[in-house]
Design a protein around this ligand. Structure first.
Ligand code: GDG
Length: 509
């Protein structure tokens, strides 16, 4: 246990998120400058905004040891920005630690199970003691920063063991954990041999959060399969999360667990996008000019847009195959439609991702070879990251956004597309296996594992009459605007306040 009387523990909100809140860039003279993360659409700015409510905050992230070997490296830096003052603790991790904890255990063992790809699950290379060590380091760093009774907010499966360790080090703090991925049912989750250790750690939290009710329901089922837990509340899922057209819909969920006398709130709060930022960007003169030139180049052709990380969960190859079938069965569409397929790899050095990348390149190459001509290229495959402002111009210029992951915790791309359609037109085709599908009932939902469903959905999208497009987009926009990133922030605050209510009572009360 860490002594809470130590004055260095001054933060009443500690965020444990693997990435730093700012990017470090090296200037020409070799000095290091901090700058905003280049993807303004991420959740990092939202997480930082929580510090506005804290007297002092802290953020725990990791940093590659080759950078931290520099004698001038500061393990802790103090940041003061628009949201207030906070400390960023940077844990130096060696390349072996990063590989073991992130690339192997998180990406090869956990990721496939979380997304129901049992056959991709790779157990053998896992170095479990290494995973424990890295999680312990995060827990220790959080414990060292947290003021008595502070809230510690931990993000994602790569830090699953942090809550349990932290609870031992600091019984006084309130712990909230948010999952950005799906959470599978017991038949699948319990494939993990570390299941008891992981779930016991999660049961040390005060709040365990997910995007949608299905994942919360699955977590409760897993917890009940492994421990003697009682359920303490059940609610009917709010209407905004019940789309009959998806495989992920749940109608009610348990909201509380009791484990060894400790209460855990289970919550489903779907993350949204920064609608006001996207709106401003979409309406800017630069975006409108860029969009006009994209449309001019297209001529009479319809543009189908697909955006996602290169990952087997995102279903890129299956989608391209559906496009190939479309061009095969509908000669009238040849020369009249183009697919822009943006597939950016975040983990180039991992074999599984290199494989999927080459599969995508192969199918795209085959389509262009079979159907393309000097004047018309059916697929434009983009494998490098497109700047966000450029992406918004494509979102605006597209006729159809075709987003068909095999499994996806939420999927923000489809919400960004909707937020960009300020003129109220455009069609969204969305996989029923993306968390977002339970909210977006006005999209054309489809099953990416069914050829027929995929082929019918894209054909329907290309032929949809303007009235139906406008009516669906209106409903989509209402939903995306109402449940934006700020609404998600409010929902988190409400949960954290609930957690924290003991501390908020004035000392005189
Ligand atoms: C995880 C969960 C959950 C993509 N290509 C480019 C680009 N992007 C941006 C998009 C979007 C983000 O990346 C991708 O977010 P997603 O939500 O679609 O997917 P994951 O990366 O898998 O995120 C997911 C999310 O966490 C949040 O909880 O929704 O289910 O898997 O914002 O715009 N951005 C730029 N250029 C690109 O080429 N600038």
């Amino acid at each position: 246990t860490i002594d809470t009387a130590d004055n260095s523990q001054t933060s009443d909100l500690v965020i444990v998120y693997h990435r730093q809140p700012y990017e470090e860039v090296e200037e020409e003279d070799g000095s290091i400058r901090l700058r905003e993360n280049t993807s303004p659409n991420g959740i990092v700015p939202t997480l930082r905004s929580f510090f506005a409510d804290a007297d002092h905050g802290a953020w725990i992230a990791w940093k590659a040891a080759e950078d931290t070997a520099n004698p001038e490296f500061e393990r802790q830096i103090e940041i003061e920005d628009a949201f207030g003052r906070y400390t960023v603790s940077r844990l130096p991790l060696t390349p072996e630690q990063v590989r073991g904890f992130y690339h192997v255990t998180s990406k090869e063992a956990f990721w496939p199970i979380l997304h129901s790809f049992r056959e991709r699950y790779n157990y053998d290379p896992v170095d479990w003691p290494n995973f424990r060590q890295v999680n312990w380091a995060f827990a220790e760093a959080a414990a060292a920063q947290a003021a008595p009774g502070a809230v510690v907010w931990v993000h994602d499966y790569n830090l699953w063991l942090v809550p349990g360790y932290l609870r031992k080090l600091r019984p006084d703090v309130k712990i909230s954990f948010f999952h950005h991925t799906p959470f599978p049912a017991a038949d699948l989750f319990n494939v993990l041999p570390w299941r008891r250790e992981i779930v016991e750690s999660l049961l040390a939290c005060d709040v365990v959060g997910f995007h949608i009710p299905r994942y919360a329901v699955n977590f409760v089922q897993v917890a009940r399969s492994l421990f003697d837990v009682e359920t303490t509340g059940r609610v009917t899922v709010e209407e905004a999360l019940i789309n009959e057209g998806t495989a992920l819909t749940e109608r009610s969920m348990v909201t509380g667990l009791l484990h060894e006398g400790h209460k855990i709130t289970v919550a489903a709060t779907p993350v949204g996008v920064d609608v006001s930022y996207i709106d401003t960007c979409a309406r800017s003169i630069e975006t409108r000019n860029r969009m006009a030139s994209i449309r001019e180049e297209l001529g009479e052709s319809q543009l189908i847009l697909s955006v996602g990380r290169t990952d087997y969960t995102k279903g890129g190859a299956q989608q391209l195959e559906s496009y190939e079938r479309l061009l095969e069965s509908r000669p009238d569409l040849r020369g009249k439609v183009r697919l822009m397929h943006v597939s950016v790899s975040a983990n180039r050095n991992m074999e599984a991702y290199a494989e999927i990348q080459s599969e995508i390149e192969q199918v795209a190459g085959r389509i262009n070879g079979r159907f393309g001509s000097f004047e018309w290229q059916p697929v434009a495959l983009i494998s490098r990251a497109v700047p966000f402002a450029e992406l918004i111009a494509y979102y605006r210029a597209a006729d159809v956004a075709w987003i068909t992951p095999i499994a996806d915790g939420m999927n923000l791309v489809c919400k960004e597309f909707v937020a960009s359609r300020v003129e109220g037109d455009g069609v969204l085709v969305l996989s029923e296996f993306a968390g977002a599908a339970v909210e977006l009932d006005a999209a054309i939902t489809t099953n990416p594992l069914s050829h027929r469903a995929m082929d019918m959905a894209i054909a329907h999208a290309l032929e949809m009459v303007p009235e139906e497009r406008a009516e669906r987009m209106k409903r989509l926009r209402a939903r995306v605007e109402a449940y934006d990133i700020r609404a998600w922030g409010e929902a988190q605050r409400a949960l954290l306040d609930w957690t924290n209510k003991g501390k908020r009572v004035p000392a005189t009360a």
